[in-house]
Design a protein around this ligand. Structure first.
Ligand SMILES: Nc1ncnc2c1ncn2[C@@H]1O[C@H](COP(=O)(O)OP(=O)(O)OP(=O)(O)O)[C@@H](O)[C@H]1O
Length: 315
């Protein structure tokens, strides 16, 4: 059963930043929007959580259009920038947030206690948030996003800026929320490992457009087998090397990436010598060869023609 249906949403500022994006999210699953900075992820989740208006298209959350006010009770949203007030304690932050949603005394206190317990913040409940580590502040942020008991939680880059330990702990927390409360989670991330670790379904976005969707496992499986990387002298020689493979079956799965020719193969050990012979005959002897199992980086490369981190570095 779907908790969310995104119907061809588009949005322009100076230029189009979300371009006919559509997908559905199964209830009780984690859906990841993966893309480099500026790809349009935040705008997409802002539209999905009714914080920004789409120029075209619509989004349904639990059967309600996001144009309807009632949908807001179903939605929790945790922005990139923290909503935690550092001058208050964890408990005070949660109480304030609850009052904003109209929760009253007894019910509010009960909800706050429940969330402090869920997020392992009980011992620090009366400490100033300013004294919290980055990871604890982020947990408090998530707890605040859940104060009104929404069925869908949007997380915009939840672990950006956290150290690896805090990131891993937050991942566990997000998976626990999904498992324990059947919460539907939509998160944006620009970390390939995070998308791989958390998302049941993943949509890769680039320049406002949906590039490809599937589970991380399915996406990697599409690459069938392994990836060979041939290090050549320069880009010119890589282009020549790619041209040399034209008549081989692997030609359509070979990509020029600077001085590296990237080739997806079914079975590296049986195909390597044929590829090498063709390259050497064409006068493009590789200086080095690397073999790897496909990663989401390879998925991104296959669909956009660019390495993920290369694109990241450009921005
Ligand atoms: N309110 C706005 N006014 C004008 N331009 C905007 C606005 N919000 C976003 N943009 C532009 O839209 C594009 C997509 O931004 P968006 O924040 O959705 O991308 P993103 O993938 O979430 O990246 P990031 O991780 O950096 O937030 C960017 O070029 C951004 O500058």
């Amino acid at each position: 059963m779907n908790a969310i249906e995104v119907q061809k949403i588009s949005k322009s500022y100076k230029e189009k930043v979300v371009d006919e994006i559509e997908f559905t999210v199964e209830r009780g699953s984690i859906f990841g929007l993966l893309g480099p900075n500026g790809a349009g992820k935040s705008t997409t989740v802002r539209i999905m959580s009714s914080l920004a208006k789409a120029d075209e298209g619509d989004v349904y959350v639990e059967g309600l259009s996001i144009k309807e006010k009632a949908v807001r009770n179903q939605i929790g949203y945790v922005a990139q920038k923290t909503a935690v007030n550092l001058a208050f304690t964890a408990r005070e932050n949660l109480m304030l947030q609850g009052r904003l949603y109209g929760l009253k005394s007894g019910a509010l206190r009960e909800r706050v206690n429940y969330l402090l317990n869920q997020f392992d913040l009980e011992k620090s409940a009366n400490k100033l948030a300013a004294k919290f580590s980055g990871g604890m502040q982020r947990k408090l942020d998530l707890a605040m996003g859940l104060i009104h008991g929404p069925s869908v939680l949007f997380l915009d880059e939840p672990t950006t800026g956290l150290d690896p330990e805090a990131r891993a702990s937050l991942w566990k927390q997000i998976i626990k929320l999904k498992n324990d409360s059947n919460l539907t989670v939509v998160l944006t991330t620009h970390y390939l490992e995070e998308a791989d670790a958390l998302a049941d379904q993943l949509l890769i976005i680039d320049n406002g457009k949906a590039v490809v969707q599937g589970s991380p496992q399915q996406l990697k499986k599409q690459l069938q087998g392994e990836a060979l990387e041939f290090q050549l002298a320069n880009e010119e020689e890589t282009v020549k090397a790619k041209a040399a493979l034209t008549n081989m079956e692997v030609a359509k799965r070979s990509i020029v990436n600077g001085a590296v020719l990237h080739v997806s193969v079914h079975n590296a050990s049986s195909q390597l010598s044929d590829i090498l012979t063709v390259l050497e005959t064409a006068g493009c002897s590789p200086r080095g060869i690397a073999l790897s199992k496909p990663t989401l980086d390879d998925v991104y490369l296959l669909h956009t023609g660019k390495h993920y981190h290369e694109k990241e570095a450009i921005r």
